[in-house]
Design a protein around this ligand. Structure first.
Ligand code: ATP
Ligand code: MG
Length: 270
């Protein structure tokens, strides 16, 4: 199963991605969580301290040059559009421990949870025709089309940076939306774009809700997107972030609502 998570800045994409990654792994799935945001911070949501934050692959200039063939003849703008990347996930992912988190059957037998930090191209128009763009597209295509794990992609912006092949390998786009017009508009735009590119399943999670009426306002404005669940605004989520503690540890309503959202999505896809 391959799921991309999007939405406006700050709505809770990384939070959802980290919690879902843990929940899938607790159920016994091997999970590859991919940080594809330019402002990489998925590691933090897993409770990895900043000094141990993996270096994003997008900033590994020598590796990108070697794989795209731009190191030897610097004569110009030629580079490989399909660089070899299949060996890279194993080399650069970090293992996230599940210790202390029992699955619903009460056992500690979980799948493997790994984090691969890609990063993203920061310049506007993320479909960059440059070696970095080709490298990122190749890595996403490899992880989405060829790997067997559950893959969760924490995205920065739209899905177009992925390239057509990866987009078509995505089973679902999950859009996180908070009570706010700009967030709702972003989600509708992303959803339209995703459907044009061929993603059939688009779901939404309403996050940071403080009053029930906000949910109906959101629901009324979502265009053809199924609302998977509603997550209340919770101070303990914010506190976990401030303490740099793993978000899965906050427990309570956030985890239960996200579990519900995940189950609804999975049953819709399968
Ligand atoms: N339900 C919630 N209640 C309270 N705070 C929340 C909730 N969900 C997320 N947050 C907080 O909101 C902030 C943004 O969340 P997060 O980083 O997950 O969003 P994001 O969409 O990935 O942001 P960015 O666009 O910067 O990558 C964090 O401080 C997070 O702890
Ligand atoms: Mg984020």
């Amino acid at each position: 199963m391959k799921i991309a998570i999007g939405g406006k800045g700050g709505v809770g994409k990384t939070t959802v991605c980290a919690v879902w990654a843990q929940l899938f792994a607790e159920e016994g799935f091997d999970v590859l969580a991919i940080d594809a945001d330019s402002n990489v911070n998925l590691a933090l949501a897993f409770g990895i301290p900043s000094e141990k934050n993996p270096v994003p692959l997008i900033s590994m200039k020598e590796l990108i040059a070697e794989r795209t063939g731009t190191d030897k003849d610097a004569v110009g703008s030629y580079f490989r559009l399909n660089p070899r990347v299949s060996d890279l996930p194993e080399k650069y992912w970090v293992e996230i421990g599940l210790s202390g988190h029992k699955n619903s059957a009460g056992s500690n037998r979980g799948g493997k949870l790994r984090l691969l930090v890609l990063g993203a191209i920061t310049q506007a128009g993320s479909g960059c025709a440059c070696p970095e763009g080709a490298f990122l597209k190749a890595l996403l295509a490899h992880t989405i089309l060829q790997r067997r794990e559950v893959v969760l992609v924490d995205m920065a912006a739209g899905v177009e940076f992925m390239g057509r092949a990866s987009v078509q390998g995505i089973d679902a786009l999950v859009l996180v939306v908070e009570p706010g017009g700009r967030s709702i508009d972003t989600v509708n735009n992303l959803s339209r774009m995703a459907r044009e590119l061929g993603i059939r399943t688009v779901g939404a999670i309403a996050n940071k809700v403080t009053e029930a009426v906000q949910v109906s306002v959101i629901e009324n404005q979502l265009e053809n997107i199924m609302l998977l669940s509603t997550v209340q605004y919770s101070r303990s989520v914010q506190e976990a972030d401030l303490k740099r503690a793993p978000v899965i540890g906050v427990g309570g309503g956030l985890i239960e609502q996200l579990r519900l959202a995940k189950e609804r999505l999975v049953s819709h896809i399968s």
